[in-house]
Design a protein around this ligand. Structure first.
Ligand code: SAH
Length: 216
């Protein structure tokens, strides 16, 4: 019976991967997501919906993004010369799901979360799925992690009103940042840092919880 239960989640995960493939996500990210049991990152009562194409509440007013958004943002980060994408910083750890996907793909992963109680949960989730390589930091992501910079890539999973200057400073030349910007209306933005300056590309409309100041 335990086996049948587990198989149910495996089937749901395979269907999610097939759906993401149809939506245009490529192999590296599909493989990474196939290796992360997403249902173990959400509350028990929501587990059967974990692989559906929807965002889910993760407690304390925060949400885990829908699978396609996680896939797309990860792919945009990875797409830029993967071999150079060694050290990445995530802002907004939440339940740790996006962090787990990053650990599957990148050499060195740092993730910052402003709510200590969520960071504890994320740590437990990552331990449960044996993806403990990420360094989780309690703090305000607006400031980034200057002591661990520079980063080859930065991914933010909460919506900012503007691009935090500190994060741009902590990105290598040739690096890329993916983040949602806006309040009521939000778009995903891709920020490429070149020697000649910053290139900003507006992408799809999205819906994220706000990036808030301070750590609690
Ligand atoms: N990537 C997450 C999604 C989390 S939702 C996942 O896979 O579950 C966004 C998260 O950003 C929330 O947990 C919220 O507390 C956090 N957040 C908001 N403002 C922040 C800030 N200034 N610094 C760090 N984290 C922040």
């Amino acid at each position: 019976m335990h086996t049948a239960h587990w198989t149910g989640y495996e089937n749901r995960r395979s269907r999610m991967i097939e759906r993401l493939a149809q939506m245009g996500i490529g192999q590296p990210v599909l493989q990474a997501m196939a290796g992360v049991p997403r249902h173990l990152f959400v509350e028990e009562a929501l587990r059967t919906r974990a692989y559906d194409e929807m965002s889910l509440p993760l407690g304390l007013g925060q949400t885990i993004s829908q699978p396609y958004t996680v896939a797309k943002m990860t792919e945009l980060l990875w797409g830029k010369t993967p071999q150079s994408m060694r050290r990445v910083l995530e802002i907004g750890t939440g339940c740790g799901y996006q962090t787990a996907v990053l650990v599957k793909l990148f050499g060195e992963v740092y993730s910052m979360e402003r709510i200590a109680a969520l960071l504890d949960k994320a740590r437990a989730h990552l331990r449960a799925v044996k993806l403990v390589r990420a360094r989780l930091v309690h703090g305000d992501g607006h400031l980034g992690l200057p002591e661990c910079a520079p980063f080859d890539g930065i991914i933010m999973t909460a919506a900012a009103t503007h691009i935090p200057e500190a994060l741009l400073d902590q990105l290598v030349v040739g690096g890329r940042m993916i983040l949602p910007i806006g309040t009521q209306e939000q778009h995903l933005w891709m920020i490429d840092k070149h020697a000649s300056g910053i290139e900003k590309t507006q992408l799809d409309p999205v819906r994220f919880v706000p990036l808030l100041p301070g750590a609690i």
